[in-house]
Design a protein around this ligand. Structure first.
Ligand SMILES: [Ca+2]
Ligand SMILES: [Ca+2]
Ligand SMILES: [Ca+2]
Ligand SMILES: [Ca+2]
Length: 412
């Protein structure tokens, strides 16, 4: 260490925690058993030992000479920030937070190497605004993969009746469905027709959603496509059928994260998916929804609009595992405007959900109360306790950011 422990507040490794706090508590520990065992092993009479039997040790919360005690890529006591690819302190203007403080400085959190890979990916240019309007490319992707109109219809038939009823009653006035099954040669419009006709809201809310309002856009760096949050879903809400739809439609089962909590008398849910989306390729999405209403036996989760203080700054990164300790960045997205829903899809990628890792951040500084309500549900005895390993709460230094790191079952 670079200063005596008597120098209060000194932080040798600069990780935000003073040396003394990293060392935690000094206590006296007996060494009698170990010393006697050693003497016995070497057949030495205890009469020959006249040293101490008690030693003073630190209980050691984290290493005062290392920023990242457990080497998992998250620092012991502070979040990590980048500006133009260079790691900087939190106070640098324009710096973007890319990793939370380590919730467990002495135990690796998340899949091995993921935070290192994430830091590397974030050093590059991360798209933060929308660019081209995009419709044709996702259709081409669909067709390239040999998916026929009959495939779409078959996959959706089972859920159609109930989703249609729910959709009609909840959102019929906001969405004009195209209900004609086209027999024309395959082109973008006939694919659109085929999708919307049999699938209904399950498809509309997951894969076809943005197509309804033509707001699928490529980000400004052409890394991935994004559905704008200003589209019919906000009038319709999500429900469990979305999960059903996603799982039927894709060969690959989606990984779903679903955290329920209450705030100010509202039932809220943070709901995320990742997987290989039929039309859009490898993708992920996370949204905040509130107040379920039961329509024809189906709970609908309505989004949080128009309450501006529930639109929050969110980021999303998606990775596919190549091998142990090695992840490829599928997409990253850090929009500069607050969202109730963040999403990204890469039509040219077909990574399976079980080898994916999603890293999502939600900055609750616009709504600290909601942060606290959510956090309580991840504490021992709370309703989301079972998911605690997937969520990191950063309330250090005035941050109120929630990080969701979700990985598939096959990630090693
Ligand atoms: Ca330190
Ligand atoms: Ca340290
Ligand atoms: Ca660490
Ligand atoms: Ca850790």
């Amino acid at each position: 260490m670079s200063a005596p422990l008597t120098t209060l507040g000194h932080d040798t490794d600069g990780d935000g925690i003073p040396d003394l706090d990293e060392l935690d508590r000094l206590y006296s520990r007996t060494m009698t058993y170990s010393i006697n065992a050693l003497l016995l092993r070497h057949s030495i009479s205890s009469n020959y030992y006249n040293g101490p039997f008690m030693v003073n040790v630190w209980s050691y919360h984290s290493n005062p000479a290392l920023e990242d005690t457990d080497g998992d890529g998250m620092l012991d006591g502070r979040a990590r920030y980048l500006l133009n690819g260079v790691e900087v302190g939190p106070d640098v203007v324009g710096a973007r937070m890319v990793a939370p403080p380590d919730p467990n400085p002495r135990r690796r959190d998340g899949p091995e190497g993921i935070w290192h890979n994430h830091m590397d990916a974030m050093r590059g240019d991360v798209p933060n605004s929308l660019g081209d309007l995009l419709v044709v490319e996702s259709f081409n992707h669909l067709l390239r993969n040999g998916i026929t109109l009959d495939d779409l219809a078959e996959g959706a038939r089972r859920t159609w009746d109930v989703t249609w009823n729910a959709m009609r009653s909840s959102a019929g006035h906001t969405v004009r469905l195209i209900t004609r099954r086209s027999d024309e040669p395959i082109n973008a419009m006939s694919v659109l027709n085929a999708i919307l006709t049999p699938v209904g809201s399950a498809y509309v809310t997951v894969n076809g959603s943005a197509l309804l309002s033509s707001t699928f856009r490529m980000d400004d760096q052409r890394m991935a496509i994004h559905a704008s949050d200003d589209y019919p879903l906000k009038y319709m809400g999500y429900n469990y059928l979305v999960d059903v739809g996603l799982n039927i439609i894709n060969d690959d089962k989606a990984i779903v994260s679903r955290f329920e909590f209450e705030h100010n008398g509202h039932d809220l849910v943070i709901w995320g998916w990742m997987g290989d989306y039929l039309m859009c390729g490898s993708g992920a999405e996370v949204g905040i929804y509130k107040t379920p209403s039961n329509i024809l036996g189906v709970d609908h989760w309505w989004n949080v609009r128009p309450s501006a203080n529930i639109e929050l700054y969110m980021t999303l990164s998606l990775y596919g595992q190549n091998s142990r300790n090695n992840f490829s960045n599928i997409l990253s997205w850090a929009p500069t405007t607050p969202q109730w829903w963040v999403n990204g899809f890469k039509p040219t990628s077909n990574i399976r959900a079980e080898t994916m890792v999603m890293i999502n951040s939600i900055d609750f500084s616009r709504n600290v109360g909601m942060f606290n309500s959510l956090k309580e549900t991840f504490e021992h005895g709370g309703r989301n306790w079972q998911y605690k390993d997937y969520v990191i709460f950063d309330d250090n230094d005035g941050n109120e950011t929630v990080w969701i790191i979700r990985w598939g079952d096959n990630v090693r």
